[in-house]
Write a protein that binds this ligand. Structure first.
Ligand code: GLN
Length: 274
């Protein structure tokens, strides 16, 4: 070991000046192709000059706002490790609430039919399909690139009970009915300043923004959903913390008598279902 070869611990301390400590660990372990547990015992070992340089380049990109999941190419969601690319939104922990609410409405042995609209990396569809192996899940997306990522995630995770369809929301599902329809559509207002800040700048606008009030795509889905639901079927929609009242009103307008909104871990309105 030469005196100036940086150790993993030293590289992480330096990176913390610019980026989040957990992001720094994820990037270093990605560069070294090692599991997280490696750090506990080996943080004082030197890292090769090439490895250190590659790590520092990723830290610089992260400091400019590129999502860490795009830099490493994957993200953990539910119990899955999912490939993500700039064609897909980075799966968020908030969306695990939607998965939980969906699973609570799908008996373990049910051979239910489930749709996930705008699946992106496949996070919702694949989590439900893995937990409910007898269910048949259909995932749609208007982006062929996103569907390619989602198909790869199904393959890598060994999940066979998901079919993928290209097209917008329910459009590729003409004539089909479901026990449960779930979606995390775009719901940020087009003028929202957050779209020009931080990680969101690097994510697909079509997965984030939806008209002047952020509700354009939710309106399209709600208007079409009834015709695709079986008796007693459920519609579950993720939305922004301040959109619960509006989304419940949209559901009631089309005849959902019992629309309710559930709160996320930070106690903000996040998912409306009916
Ligand atoms: N929850 C995301 C955010 O605010 C937005 C995701 C979405 O529009 N579906 O960062």
């Amino acid at each position: 070991m030469t005196l100036d070869a940086p150790t993993a611990a030293r590289l992480l301390v330096q990176a913390r000046a610019a980026i989040d400590p957990v992001d720094a660990e994820l990037l270093l372990l990605h560069v070294l192709a090692l599991p997280r547990s490696w750090l506990f015992a080996h943080a004082d070992e030197p890292v090769s000059a090439a490895g250190a340089a590659r790590f520092q380049a990723l830290v610089a990109r992260r400091a400019q706002g590129e999502p860490v999941a795009y830099l490493t190419g994957s993200r953990g969601f539910w119990t899955l490790e999912l490939a993500v690319t700039p064609a897909t939104l980075v799966p968020r922990p908030d969306t695990e609430l939607l998965v939980e609410l969906a699973l609570a409405r799908l008996p373990a042995d049910a051979d239910a039919r489930v749709a996930d609209l705008g699946t992106g990396s496949g996070a919702i569809a694949l989590s439900i399909a893995k937990e409910r192996p007898r269910a048949q899940v259909v995932a749609t997306d208007a982006s062929p690139d996103a569907l390619e990522v989602a198909r790869g995630n199904a393959r890598r995770n060994g999940i066979g009970n998901v079919a993928f369809r290209a097209g917008s929301w329910l459009a590729p599902l003409a004539g089909e009915t479901f026990d449960l329809i779930a979606s995390n559509p775009p719901y940020i207002a087009e003028g929202d300043s957050h779209l020009a800040e931080g990680d969101l700048r690097f994510e697909p606008a079509m997965a984030l923004a939806s008209g002047v009030d952020g509700l354009d795509d939710i309106r399209i889905i709600v208007a079409a959903a009834q015709a695709h639901l079986r008796p007693g079927g459920w519609l579950l929609l993720e939305h922004g913390w301040d959109q619960g009242d509006a989304v419940r009103a949209l559901l009631r307008e089309v005849g959902f008598a019992d629309a309710t909104t559930e709160r996320d871990l930070e106690d903000r309105d996040r998912v409306t279902l009916g």
